[in-house]
Design a protein around this ligand. Structure first.
Ligand code: HEM
Length: 214
């Protein structure tokens, strides 16, 4: 989407001085899903597609490169917000929900949320890795995520060049991110009448909060 100055200014003021960046539409080529996306020069990206009337679910895209992990804070900051991290393990993609009350390695979070990979958009290759997923029950009303009716809000991103301690384990300890920050996500631009088609690309819901994809 194109931001008008009147949209950008209040948002910019809401974000801290170290924060920067906004989002624009990116059509992921392998799935055809149009994600409202934040892209960082590090190679990190997070995109989101929402129903026209969002409730608890979204379709997400998390992109990183190398053996490190990439993460998103669905509530903007690291502390007491629902975090999602993903990383490659061989040719598989591992993903995990995390939450922490303090700075440091966030433990896995347990809730009624689930992630299900969208196979076409979940892969590793020589230049980057990509994790496209259906996130069910992931928009919460307890303040740990953005609100379902938000038109814009601040999300957080984090990217580590170092690999998790045990890459094959979804509960692995994570080394600290090498880069992190915030940006303004346009949820209004992420709403699409094609949402049901996008969500249907995901397989059966995973019973555990992780994804494996060969
Ligand atoms: C693994 C161990 C981790 C450590 C030791 C750690 C540590 C920190 C520290 C010290 C900061 C403050 C900025 C700085 O001084 O660099 C920070 C910020 C941040 N972290 Fe982490 N972090 C970890 C994992 C994560 C994970 C897994 C995520 C997301 C999936 C995440 C997301 C963020 C975000 C979005 C910020 C910027 C916003 C804020 O300051 O709250 N972090 N982290």
């Amino acid at each position: 989407m194109r931001f008008s100055l009147s949209t950008v200014l209040p948002l910019a003021m809401a974000i801290s001085a170290s924060a920067q960046g906004t989002t624009s539409v990116y059509t992921e080529p392998k799935t055809g899903i149009a994600f409202e996306t934040y892209m960082d020069p590090t190679g990190y990206a997070f995109g989101i597609a929402l129903p026209t009337t969002p409730s608890t679910d979204f379709v997400g895209l998390l992109v990183g490169k190398g053996k490190g992990w990439a993460g998103v804070s669905l509530g903007g900051s690291m502390i007491n917000k629902l975090l999602i991290a993903a990383w490659p393990s061989g040719t598989s993609l591992i993903s995990t929900f995390r939450e922490t009350p303090r700075i440091g390695n966030p433990p896995e979070a347990n809730g009624s949320y689930t992630m299900t990979p969208i196979a076409a958009g979940t892969y590793t290759n020589a230049t980057h890795w990509s994790y496209a997923f259906l996130c069910k029950g992931c928009i919460l009303a307890d303040g740990t995520t953005f609100a379902s009716n938000a038109s814009t809000d601040v999300l957080g991103w984090a990217f580590a060049t170092a690999a998790p301690t045990m890459p094959a384990a979804h509960g692995s300890a994570l080394p600290k991110h090498s880069t992190q920050g915030n940006y303004g996500m346009s949820f209004s631009a992420a709403r699409t009448a094609k949402y049901a088609t996008y969500a249907a690309l995901a397989g059966a819901p995973a019973t555990t909060p992780r994804a494996f994809n060969a």
